[in-house]
Design a protein around this ligand. Structure first.
Ligand code: 5GP
Length: 183
């Protein structure tokens, strides 16, 4: 592998490009089994889930509708602010639809809880959430009905769409960022 400027800031790789590809393709099949009789609206939570979303929709073999919503809770730091900032709404009319929310990572679970509460007011048919990563030690919300790609420990990760201060999203793997980069 050619070591790039961004690679130098990575302490260790948690999931390689190949491992992610395999898991995302399994998730696409699992979702299709759940929704083969429906045309779900799959909503990508910008920007962190965008790379995962692009791969997941191509691993999903049925009809689906694209959507993008903007929510953030981290600002430019490495811990949740505890406040949700809703920046962009659905483009589709989601009333009566099956909605799948696609997240990059669940930390406290506040973002997903916020989105689920929001969807209750929109009279959707059903809501499913799927996140590539699950920081299972950090949940403050009850998230037992959600789907995940990988469980990870409480470490700050970047790559495959996940950023620190806007950088590292383009790394093809998921890695732990060296502490000296942000402390
Ligand atoms: P929650 O609302 O579950 O506490 O936080 C979810 C959001 O926090 C994610 O969508 C992501 O933007 C951000 N986040 C949580 N943990 C990490 C992490 O380890 N790395 C990065 N880059 N973002 C994270």
């Amino acid at each position: 592998m050619n070591i790039t400027t961004a690679d130098r800031d990575i302490e260790c790789i948690l999931y390689t490009e190949e491992e992610i590809k395999k898991r995302v393709s399994e998730l696409g099949e699992e979702l299709y089994d759940l929704y083969k009789d429906s045309v779900p609206v799959m909503a990508c939570v910008l920007k962190g889930a965008s790379v995962f979303y692009a791969d997941l929709v191509r691993a999903y073999k049925g009809h689906m509708l694209f959507d993008f919503i903007g929510v953030s809770s981290y600002g430019s730091g490495t811990t949740s602010s505890g406040r949700i900032n809703f920046k962009k709404d659905f483009d589709n009319d989601i009333k009566g639809k099956d909605v799948i929310i696609v997240e990059d990572i669940v930390d406290t679970g506040l973002t997903l809880k916020y989105l689920k509460e929001l969807l209750k007011t929109r009279e959707v048919k059903s809501v499913q959430t799927i996140a590539l990563l699950n920081k299972y030690e950090c949940h403050t919300e009850d998230l037992d009905t959600d789907m995940y790609g990988f469980r990870i420990e409480n470490r700050f990760v970047v790559g495959y769409g996940l950023d620190y201060a806007g950088y590292y999203r383009n790394l093809p793997y998921i890695g732990v960022l060296k502490k000296e980069v942000y402390s």
